[in-house]
Design a protein around this ligand. Structure first.
Ligand SMILES: C[S@@+](CC[C@H](N)C(=O)[O-])C[C@H]1O[C@@H](n2cnc3c(N)ncnc32)[C@H](O)[C@@H]1O
Length: 295
């Protein structure tokens, strides 16, 4: 699929999060006990996450000559830039037109690199020309957006023998769809069980599998607080203004979009998007997979 100009609701969520929180990254942060949980520390928590991933990349590629990385779902291109600055050759694939504008601006501001930005879904990469091109595929919170079948079919083609998949993302736990309170408040993520099942028949070895959920989930508490303490009162004020200024039009628009509004209210403003619900229904993992030498 070519670059999307029409923005999906998921993409809108990412772009809004970046704009409202004024951050360069679109991933969660790592919150360890020494870092006070506050909005002001989000960028620092994200930096810790980034440094953790960069250290993984350095370790995995230490013995490889002139390694090339593919940053899958590169967001604003921040990680791409840091990797290039570390001396890696890096390409990126990203379907979001809005984010790709930021990535291109970032690339243009850097000393010339041979980075290619593929403005497409991971599943639409030109496999023939990228065959065995990469030492490492990085999925920083992009794994959940890509069908597992696509990942396990395309990655062995893209990677050099013995190459790495480095994944940092959340998955659905087996509690998913149990119908209890808060079930499906957080969308996204592959079922962890399905991931392991599909991995068992793929030409990869799981070398590292770490549960980062407790270090990531404080982020949820923070965002929940922001949504309920800031966004909710702000949306009530706007609603009040619209109802008093344009009563008929407001009622009509609200009635027409009532189902969507109810879904959004449940998802974002009902208080179900909290840390405990996240920890029950999601498992945030750092995964390192190595492609067999002879896939
Ligand atoms: C949560 S953001 C993470 C961005 C970045 N990797 C980071 O860590 O800040 C998810 C990214 O995945 C991208 N994405 C969504 N669907 C994708 C797909 N099918 N193939 C590749 N990237 C995808 C989005 O456009 C976005 O850039």
């Amino acid at each position: 699929m070519a670059t999307k100009e029409r923005m999906s609701s998921r993409e809108l969520g990412l772009v809004l999060a970046q704009q409202l929180l004024d951050v360069e990254d679109l991933h969660y942060g790592l919150w360890d006990p020494d870092l006070p949980l506050s909005l002001g520390n989000i960028a620092l928590a994200q930096q810790r996450y980034t440094e953790m991933l960069l250290a993984q990349v350095d370790m995995l590629l230490a013995d490889r000559p002139a390694p090339r990385i593919l940053d899958v779902g590169c967001g604003t291109g921040h990680m791409l830039q840091l990797l290039v600055e570390r001396g890696y050759a890096v390409d990126a694939v990203n379907p979001s037109a809005q984010l790709n504008r930021q990535v291109r601006a970032r690339l243009a501001g850097m000393t010339p690199t041979d980075s290619t930005l593929f403005a497409s879904d991971f599943g639409s990469l030109p496999l023939a020309s990228c065959r065995h091109r990469y030492d490492l595929l990085l999925f920083s919170e992009s794994f959940q957006y890509i069908p597992l079948a696509e990942i396990f079919e395309n990655s062995p083609v893209l990677l050099k023998p013995g190459g790495w998949l480095l994944v940092c993302d959340f998955f659905k736990t087996s509690a998913h769809c149990d119908g209890a309170e808060g079930d499906r408040s957080f969308s996204g993520g592959h079922l962890l069980r399905s991931f392991y099942e599909q991995l068992s028949t793929a030409p990869f070895t799981l070398c590292h599998d770490e549960d980062l959920t407790p270090r990531i989930s404080p982020n949820i508490a923070l965002l929940d607080e922001w949504l309920t303490q800031r966004l909710l009162p702000a949306s009530r004020s706007i609603d009040q203004y619209l109802r008093s200024s344009y009563p008929y039009l407001t009622r009509l628009v609200k009635w027409l979009s009532r189902h969507k509004l109810a879904r959004l209210r449940y998802k974002y403003l009902s208080g179900h998007r909290n840390q405990a619900i996240f920890e029950k229904y999601k498992s945030y993992r750092l995964l390192v997979l190595q492609l067999d030498q002879q896939p």
